[in-house]
Design a binder for this molecule. Structure first.
Ligand code: IPM
Ligand code: MG
Length: 360
């Protein structure tokens, strides 16, 4: 396995020949390596890419004591895009603040690359309407995008801890709110629903003010609605079709996107893109975690990973046609009955991969 330093294409190292698309791959932990490997097969079916694989998360902690090394962060900065599978697992679970955690790798990568915009599209496919725990008439025709702020808020505020007390600071600046709100308005077709907790939190009151100002100045033709996060959580399962773009801060976005995933039947279906200023490589990863309970069995659903690769093609590498080919191949495979265990079937990861490759 290539372990970094050299981008490798189709099994052979790239010499000095110019390679247009250099992708750093971070398989991470649990099912990560099992879903990342077939994703490269899918990518190779639609284009010419060079890959450089690195340890990340728990695997990197095991090798050297830290979830994200400076070398790996530098390699990501030098790449055109980063394809990440999943991190974490019971092996590294701890409440000791001084012991490294795999998730620190993820947070360090997002912060290190300045990836403030996290896009999580939720579009249940007709073939999967009956795989959702929600009724078909509630989910059908849902097509929404969660735009989550990714480098601020309570995730990155100062933390304190003594034996008996702990605190996490939640802070946002006008600039941080405005740049993510701009992404949301630009992505909207008709409406932005900005989700906050302005009846309680000062950060939410600033958020609301900044979003409203920007709306009035730059996007008067898009409808803007403010919804409190508890109410938004309810609306997501009672009337998901109401939403076009959901704009929200880091932690609310984390929670609401898992909730929204269930509209698609399985969290194994949801891709994401994390983007920064133009010119910065983005990180593309499934919303789901490392699923340690099924790791190593060859039954993980690779579709969210394939769809994340499609988002990489579209948003990270400027290859919208290749992205559409991958998405349509996934749709067709599902139409023809492909179901991994999380979707109520018994297809293996390898069978799912073949079913998708058959349409490329
Ligand atoms: C996600 C994940 C991460 C997050 C964890 C693993 C740190 O849940 O990408 O949604 O909370 O952002
Ligand atoms: Mg999450």
């Amino acid at each position: 396995m290539p372990r970094g330093g050299t981008f490798v294409r189709g099994g052979g190292p790239i010499g000095s020949a110019a390679v247009s698309h250099r992708i750093v791959t971070l398989p991470g932990d649990g099912i990560g390596p099992e879903i990342l490997a077939p994703t490269l097969q899918v990518l190779d079916a639609v284009g010419d890419f060079a890959y450089e694989e690195h340890l990340f998360g728990g695997a990197s902690i095991d090798a050297g004591g830290t979830a994200l090394t400076d070398e790996v962060l530098d390699a990501c900065k030098r790449s055109d895009a980063v394809l990440l599978a999943a991190v974490g697992g019971p092996k590294w679970d701890t409440t000791d603040p001084d012991v490294p955690r795999p998730e620190q790798g993820l947070l360090g990568l997002r912060k290190g690359l300045g990836l403030y915009a996290n896009l999580r599209p939720v579009r249940p496919l007709p073939a999967l309407y009956d795989a959702s725990p929600l009724r078909r008439d509630i989910i059908e025709r849902t097509d929404l995008l969660v735009v989550r702020e990714l480098t601020g808020g309570i995730y990155f505020g100062d933390k304190t801890r003594t034996a008996d007390t702990a605190s996490d600071l939640c802070s946002y600046s006008r600039e941080e709110v405005e740049r993510i709100a701009r992404v949301a308005f630009r992505s909207a077709r008709s409406r932005v629903t900005s989700v906050d907790k302005a009846n309680v939190l000062e950060t939410s009151r600033l958020w609301r003010e900044v979003v409203s100002d920007l709306h009035g100045r730059e996007f008067p033709n898009i409808e803007l609605q403010h919804v409190l996060v508890d109410n938004a959580a309810m609306m997501l399962v009672s009337s998901p079709r109401h939403f076009d773009v959901i704009l929200t801060e880091n932690m609310f976005g984390d929670i609401l996107s898992d909730e929204a995933a269930m509209l698609t039947g399985s969290i194994g279906m949801l891709p994401s893109a994390s983007l920064g200023e133009s010119g910065t490589p983005g990180v593309f990863e499934p919303v789901h975690g490392s699923a340690p309970d099924i790791a190593g069995q060859g039954i993980a659903n690779p579709l969210a990973m394939f769809l994340s690769a499609a988002m990489m093609l579209r948003h990270g590498l400027g290859l919208p046609d290749a992205a559409a080919s991958v998405e349509s191949a996934v749709d067709k495979a599902l139409d023809q009955g492909l179901r991994t265990p999380d979707l109520g079937g018994n297809a293996s990861t390898a069978e799912a991969t073949q079913a998708v490759l058959a349409h490329l």
